[in-house]
Design a binder for this molecule. Structure first.
Ligand SMILES: O=C(O)C1=C[C@@H](OP(=O)(O)O)[C@@H](O)[C@H](O)C1
Ligand SMILES: C=C(OP(=O)(O)O)C(=O)O
Length: 750
């Protein structure tokens, strides 16, 4: 009977699988494959009679033998699952036998270079049916008794085909490992050995080395008696198979030595920092390491997601109906959070931030500055401490800076990086890679910066250091706070004065915060001016709740019946309140309470009650003041009586997705009448059904259709919602708290 945990392969197309070596890996592979019936027969080979008998007795294999030549006769696939240095002898034996041309040979060794070289020696050439492979899975336990059919499930298996490996052979080995539930990838031999030296071989060496070093000291009994969690966690892998690891280190000598030398050098510096009491250095290493480790966990988690959620498609299920009531505080403002990290890093002294948005976009900004040597503690419950390095204290990052989904990070950071002495490369995710960067590259080049972009001005951006900047005046062709802010930041590094004129007012957080850090900025109507030669002085920042996140709940409480919601401590900077003005024009019942000023930004509690909305022509001057809120305003328009017309909003087409097109498609699916315009949309309010819509990885689209469910008559399935955490990590929790029925669709989770 087929083990339910195992993926099943419907047809038995292959005859005999021979696994040489009934150790942990070989016997686990046999145990995983046998129930799938991918092969009619699974045969084990081992030099130890006992292992053969146990493998048969445990039902791991159909049969087992000590006679290699007899076993591999008529084999379709041979897997060498023996220690790395033992493979050569077996390859030599195989080379002497008359194996069928179609017989595929593969292995499981942790070092690939040595295996390929051994095959070359044994055969005198690299056979086309040879597919080197490495399952990245293991356990401290060894031998056939430790066989575990689930050992490879959700683990990576790396194939390192050589230049002449036949496609058919590669497919066969891929199929073998996929059938165990593994995640199969290809890599070249050198990259494999280099990466594994760092991520696997080095940690094992350290674990073996540490245990041995402690064990041979005279006071070892005392030490081990008190060795608690840290020792246990760090040295778990020192219980691994010594022969196997002996072989691995000797086989991957050069790559391991290189990694060891780099670590040695870092440890010498760390030692010195402890000896000299250099807290700044130590905190820097520990905060960076902790962040890197968390980042690593996310990557691992995402990998698991990919396994269980079909290509990372996180689907929200928004069930129809509900009322919206209560009192909530949405997370911190994204624009202000980004700027706090940037200016805090470039300031002199220690900046404390409260209310920081712990969303992926703002975390990407923290990571970027950590990469450039800034020590940043947190975020922890919205609190971040930044040890500023001054305007000229950034260091070259160790590699490209990855800013994920965040346009604000990439564009603002470019202004800062153009003024540095070192080169940088800025990269982002698939959505960001499609967004226009010429809007900042062009004026920065006019200032003297050297910036290279990919085709059509898209990321990645390469920003060359050491090119002096000179202030310019720039008439911005579009209303964009990101472009304005980028140039003001570059202006701090440019000779003379830099000024920008904007065609319409956009958010002014950069201007306000620069002044808050004591850096003079002049604003005269549409023109903003900055000059170099001043400094930023550390300060305390309280980030208000993000009005762009509050907007989802403003629309929610407006369109749902019998609703009354208070949104606490929301930033109501006049360059951000377009959404309130537009909703009020539509007839929304919104009032601002307890208006106050906190750290240079206006804040209020916003009370919203259900209202019957009506369609309007959106005044064009409000467009930049509500630029991020249009997706959810389109939902308000769909629930309103009559027609809503939006023009002058072409910028919506270059956000995380084309927000005009994608919203129009989703609304049409829900049965709403829409017409797209080059620079806007026409929406006729009416009843909404349900159905499947796509967020195209855009956080605001996913949240907007979640809100739509309050007035839908059927469930709405919102595909591609995984990016909600970029700006609003606890969105689903708050939805549940106020009475909306939105959740991750359980059916799409394995
Ligand atoms: O400066 C900022 O923080 C932002 C400016 C806006 O972008 P544009 O400048 O491209 O309009 C906005 O859409 C974005 O979410 C944040
Ligand atoms: C456009 C947005 O952000 P960014 O440009 O930073 O990606 C947004 O949050 O809606």
């Amino acid at each position: 009977m087929v083990d339910k945990a195992m993926p099943t392969v419907k047809t038995t197309t292959l005859g005999r699988l021979v696994i040489v070596g009934m150790g942990l890996i070989g016997s686990s592979l046999a145990k995983a494959i046998r129930p799938t019936r991918l092969y009619a027969e699974v045969v084990g080979v081992d030099t130890v009679l006992d292992s053969c008998q146990q493998a048969v007795a445990m039902g791991v294999v159909d049969s087992a033998s000590q006679d290699l030549p007899a076993a591999v006769l008529h084999a379709d696939t041979i897997v060498l699952a023996v220690p790395v240095l033992a493979t050569e002898k077996i390859l030599q034996q195989l080379a002497q036998l008359k194996l069928a041309d179609s017989c595929v040979i593969t292995d499981v060794g942790s070092v690939k270079g040595v295996f390929v070289a051994a095959a070359q020696r044994a055969f005198g050439y690299l056979p086309h049916n040879l597919v080197p492979a490495h399952p990245i899975a293991g356990s401290e336990r060894s031998g056939v008794t430790a066989a575990d059919a689930t050992l490879f499930k959700h683990h990576k298996v790396i194939l390192t085909p050589h230049a002449h490996t036949a496609e058919l052979a590669l497919t066969r080995v891929r199929q073998l490992w996929s059938a165990t539930g593994a995640d199969v990838e290809c890599m070249d031999v050198q990259s494999h050995d280099r990466v594994l030296a760092a991520t696997s071989h080095l940690p094992h060496l350290l674990a073996f080395g540490l245990v041995d070093s402690l064990a041979k000291r005279s006071e070892n009994l005392e030490i081990f008696r008190y060795a608690a969690g840290g020792f246990r966690d760090f040295t778990r892998i020192a219980a691994s198979d010594p022969v196997m690891w002996h072989d691995i280190f000797l086989s991957n000598k050069d790559a391991v030595l290189h990694q060891l030398d780099e670590l040695n050098a870092d440890l010498v510096v760390l030692r010195q920092a402890i000896a000299e009491g250099d807290s700044h250095y130590l905190l820097g290493v520990f905060t960076r390491a902790r962040a890197a480790r968390e980042h690593f966990n996310t990557i691992l988690a995402q990998r698991a997601y990919i396994q269980t959620m079909l290509d990372n498609d996180l689907v929200f299920l928004a069930n129809p109906g509900g009322n919206v009531n209560g009192c909530i505080r949405v997370p911190g403002d994204k624009s202000i959070s980004h700027r706090a990290i940037m200016l805090g890093s470039l300031a002199e002294g220690t900046t404390e931030v409260e209310g920081f948005l712990e969303g992926e976009d703002a975390l990407a900004t923290i990571q970027a500055f950590r990469d450039m040597g800034v020590v940043i503690e947190g975020p922890h419950e919205g609190r971040v401490v930044i040890y500023g390095v001054g305007l000229h204290g950034l260091q070259a990052p160790p590699g490209p800076i990855y800013v994920g989904n965040s346009g604000t990070t990439m564009r603002l950071l470019s202004g800062i990086l153009a003024g540095q002495a070192f080169d940088t490369i800025l990269t982002g995710d698939a959505s960001l890679t499609k967004r226009p960067m010429n809007r900042i590259a062009k004026p920065l080049r006019e200032m003297g910066a050297m910036i290279e972009t990919a085709a059509e001005g898209r990321p990645p951006l390469t920003i060359r250091g050491g090119h002096p900047l000179t202030g310019i005046h720039y008439d911005m062709p579009m209303a964009s706070a990101q472009v304005k802010s980028c140039l003001l930041l570059a202006g701090m590094y440019a000779k003379g004065t830099t000024s920008v004129t904007e065609p319409a007012p956009t958010r002014d957080h950069s201007e306000r915060m620069l002044q808050g850090f004591g850096y003079p900025v002049e604003v005269h109507g549409a023109k903003t001016k900055i000059e170099s030669g001043h400094k930023l002085t550390a300060t305390h920042i309280e980030v208000p709740a993000d009005i762009s996140s509050a907007a989802f709940f403003m629309v929610a409480a407006s369109i749902a019946e019998n609703s009354e919601l208070v949104l606490e401590h929301v930033g109501i900077n006049p360059t951000r309140t377009g959404v309130i003005d537009i909703l009020k024009l539509m007839g929304a019942d919104i009032s601002l309470e307890r208006i106050r000023e906190v750290g240079g930004e206006r804040v209020a509690d916003i009370r919203v009650r259900s209202a019957s909305l009506k369609g309007i022509e959106v005044p064009e001057e409000l467009v930049p003041l509500a630029i991020d809120e249009f997706p959810v305003l389109f939902i308000a328009a769909a629930c309103a009586q009559g027609r809503t017309v939006l023009r002058g909003a072409e910028e919506l087409r270059v956000k995380e997705c084309d927000r005009i097109q994608v919203m129009a498609e989703g609304l049409t699916t829900l049965g709403v009448q829409v017409e797209t315009l080059a620079d806007g949309i026409i929406i006729d309010g009416g009843p909404m059904g349900g159905g499947e819509v796509w967020a195209h990885g855009d956080h605001r689209i996913a949240m907007s259709f979640s809100v739509a469910s309050l007035r839908a008559t059927q469930p709405i399935y919102i595909h591609d919602s995984q990016h909600v955490a970029t700006s609003f990590p606890n969105f689903l929790t708050l939805c549940a708290q106020v009475g909306m029925h939105v959740s991750v669709n359980a059916e799409t989770q394995a």
